[in-house]
Design a protein around this ligand. Sequence first.
Ligand code: FE2
Ligand code: FE2
Length: 298
Amino acid sequence: MSNTQARPVESERIPLKARKVSFSWEDTPLHWVPGDPFTTHTINVLHLLLPAGERWFVHVYKQVLPLIRDDQLREDVVGFIGQEAMHSQAHDEVLPHLREQGLDPTPYTAQVDWFFEKLLGDRTLPPGRASRWWLLERVALIAAIEHYTAFLGDWVLNAAELDRRGADPTMLDLLRWHGAEEVEHRSVAFDLFEHVDGSYRRRARTWATAFSTLVFLWQRGVRFFLENDPTLTGPKASLKDLYVRGREGTLPATGDMLKSIPRYLSRSYHPSQEGSTAQAVSYLASSPAALAAQKAVS
Ligand SMILES: [Fe+2]
Ligand SMILES: [Fe+2]
């Protein structure tokens, strides 16, 4: 194999299963990282983006299934769909809790819903080249986004500073259960993109779209939360806050985020080269929510 091709690490592959978790939010405070609304709300943006975003993954992937000519990949994609559907639902269930605490996310989630359902939804295109082009663009966008969900999953599994700061255990379990499953299935979106298309130009182009959109939506989400948090007044967040939290370890380090960019754009990139399936599996073996889900089915 030449060094310009993706090199999957076979030992990182694992059969995927969805865990039907549920969480009780009654005891989770508004600022679930104590005394740190900036970190809390930066991570809370996940609850705004993921319900619609992961529903959209599922919607697109159901259309791609008939194009898959590899049984193992089809099985992976079916497992991926099951996991993402559950992630979407679990984050959605945090929103009523935020509403009860005086932070109604609807003005923002309505925009996110429009973005995924209308702007990135199915278009009335004639069957054939145009509709296939649009499907492949979306498959490539999902592969780029999954580079970041895996990055964040790996980060949160290792974010010991959140434990040291006394972050709410239920929220940490939601984030780490989700993060661990993102690490488990981190290669699926990329493998699917390589299988149905794999064009390097499309990978680079859709990465640029996905990255700039995520940055745009995320900073808007953080601003939305900080402006609407009923307990906060006074100066709002700046980029410096992000940098400082990254250094402290309550958010990903800015340098690590920047370094992840050339990795995705490298021609030899494969998601299995990043993160650890063993660590993900080990977390899921002790996650309170995952254990309760397992007990409920056995
Ligand atoms: Fe997910
Ligand atoms: Fe994912």
